[in-house]
Design a protein around this ligand. Structure first.
Ligand SMILES: Cc1cc2nc3c(=O)[nH]c(=O)nc-3n(C[C@H](O)[C@H](O)[C@H](O)COP(=O)(O)O)c2cc1C
Length: 189
């Protein structure tokens, strides 16, 4: 079951933008992050939620999508996320956030997957612009943006070939292929 959920939780970048996501849904997802592990149990992460089209429009311009797909500028209007969860680090609690935000992000996206939603972690964020656009206080470090919506694309897992190329690609039918290394490749002893 968990394996199925992990396989289903792919990075989705095209969504049914007109499918709304309720604030309570985002809160349920953040609750999964709240219950996740945190180094020294400091729990320094805070969350900024958006599921309002106008607020979503403020966030979108500061995100970079699918760096390997050079001819794809990111989701067009109508295929953009319906919601975002922005993971912030509260510097009044800790100066370093280790891998807490990665764990939180995976918990949130697995929860989203279970609800029939999908998303993508976005680390390539124009931080200063986003900070200004949303009025995010300087005490908060912007760590990750999670784009969330009802997926409008198919993503399939491939095996990394002998050349070792890990770049994902879109085929002519718009299907997104994401290569993964084999178990033999990653277990070193
Ligand atoms: C920390 C982190 C940052 C990421 N940043 C971006 C990003 O800025 N833009 C993007 O389109 N995808 C981003 N991704 C998604 C990765 O490209 C994706 O995880 C990878 O292609 C593998 O696909 P999968 O998640 O379906 O396994 C990020 C993923 C992680 C874990």
């Amino acid at each position: 079951m968990l394996r199925d959920l992990i396989i289903k939780r792919r990075s989705y970048r095209r969504f049914h933008q007109d499918t709304p996501i309720e604030p309570d849904t985002l809160k349920e997802l953040v609750d999964l992050a709240r219950l996740s592990s945190s180094a020294a149990n400091l729990q320094p992460l805070k969350y900024l939620l958006s599921c309002d089209p106008l607020k979503n429009d403020l966030i979108f311009p500061y995100l970079a999508w699918a760096g390997y797909l050079k001819d794809w500028p990111g989701p067009c209007e109508g295929e953009r996320p319906s919601a975002y969860i922005i993971i912030l680090g509260d510097t009044e609690i800790s100066q370093s956030f280790g891998c807490d935000h990665g764990i939180a992000a995976q918990s949130i996206l697995l929860g989203a997957t279970e609800k029939g939603l999908g998303g993508c972690m976005i680390g390539a964020v124009e931080m200063n612009g986003l900070r200004k656009a949303l009025g995010i206080l300087s005490r908060y470090e912007i760590l990750l943006v999670l784009a969330i919506g009802k997926p409008k694309e198919t993503v399939v897992i491939e095996t990394v070939g002998p050349t070792g190329d890990v770049k994902y690609w879109h085929d002519d039918d718009g299907i997104h292929h994401v290569p993964k290394r084999t178990l033999d490749d990653i277990i070193v002893g």
